[in-house]
Design a binder for this molecule. Structure first.
Ligand code: E4P
Length: 273
């Protein structure tokens, strides 16, 4: 499984690349805002265009998702083309993030504008990461439209299931991949019992029909979810910096290192330098 870093912070991205285990980057408007706000808080004057160029160079040759901000097909296609035209020449690694459905409420008329934008951009050779996917049927339509990447949001499904059941939680809390019972009810969102179940169902559905879209398990909140995304067969997991940093931690590893360090034979160390 590939690991992308879910961040727009160049320092985090560069550090994760230094660790040698990152295969790409996903950004979204909220992640970009966090990164920009951090720099402004430090008193830096930010040239956003130069910042994005540096981000793309930092990730070269691995892919970077840049998201559109508009909500009609026409405008998203235009923004996708603009982003690709302006930035893909930097490192040949840009893909455009398009929401699977840009509507903000059910009675809007733009439900298929995202899918339409995916289809048009992909047909022009511009790779798309179809985002905000919360059902396997949304993933299926994104695959039919030709999306290079499809991003089911695991953590946000867990948030939704827990919130509806009035369960108190913090975002990084583990949610069982097989779902959970609460007050005698087996919790689910229209048959999806957890965020990882969503990822797993998306992988399964697309797998039956040989679509070339790659599933990016997104909105991952803790290392165990990354493990479960891998077990679910996700092609890619996009992981926040802090979660990547936590993936290597285990008390028995620390304890083992402590003991090995105490037991070093000086002659052995002299031998190996
Ligand atoms: C990545 O593509 C998504 O935008 C991101 O993983 C969302 O994560 P969040 O639900 O923690 O905001």
């Amino acid at each position: 499984m590939k690991i992308f870093i879910d961040s727009a912070d160049i320092d985090e991205i560069a550090k994760a690349y230094e660790w040698g285990i990152v295969d790409g980057v996903t950004t979204n408007p909220s992640l970009l805002k966090t990164a920009v706000d951090r720099r402004k808080a430090k008193g830096e004057k930010l040239d956003l265009e130069a910042y994005i160029v540096k981000l793309l160079e930092t990730s070269k040759p691995n892919p970077v998702s840049l998201e559109v901000t508009k909500r009609t097909a026409r405008e998203m296609i235009e923004q996708g083309r603009n982003l690709y035209k302006r930035f893909n020449s930097v490192a040949n690694n840009v893909n455009i993030k398009i929401p699977v459905n840009p509507a903000v409420k059910s009675d809007e008329q733009c439900h298929f504008d995202g899918i339409n934008a995916v289809k048009v951009l992909q047909s022009e050779g511009i790779p798309v990461n179809c985002t905000l996917v919360f059902t396997p049927e949304q993933a299926l339509l994104a695959a039919k439209a030709g999306a290079a990447y499809i991003s089911p949001f695991a953590g946000r499904i867990d948030d939704l299931i827990r919130s509806r059941a009035n369960i108190k939680f913090s975002k990084s809390d583990y949610f069982p991949d097989g779902g959970m019972e609460h007050n005698g009810v087996f919790l689910n969102d229209n048959g999806i019992v957890s965020g990882i179940d969503l990822v797993s169902q998306c992988v399964e559905v697309l797998g039956y029909y040989g679509y070339s879209s790659q599933i990016i398990a997104a909105s991952l909140r803790n290392p165990r979810q990354v493990r479960e995304a891998a077990l679910a067969g996700a092609h890619i997991a996009t992981v926040p910096f802090g979660v990547i940093a936590d993936m290597l931690k285990h008390e028995k590893t620390f304890e083992g290192m402590q003991k090995f360090t105490e037991d070093i034979v000086p002659e052995y160390e002299k031998l190996i330098g």
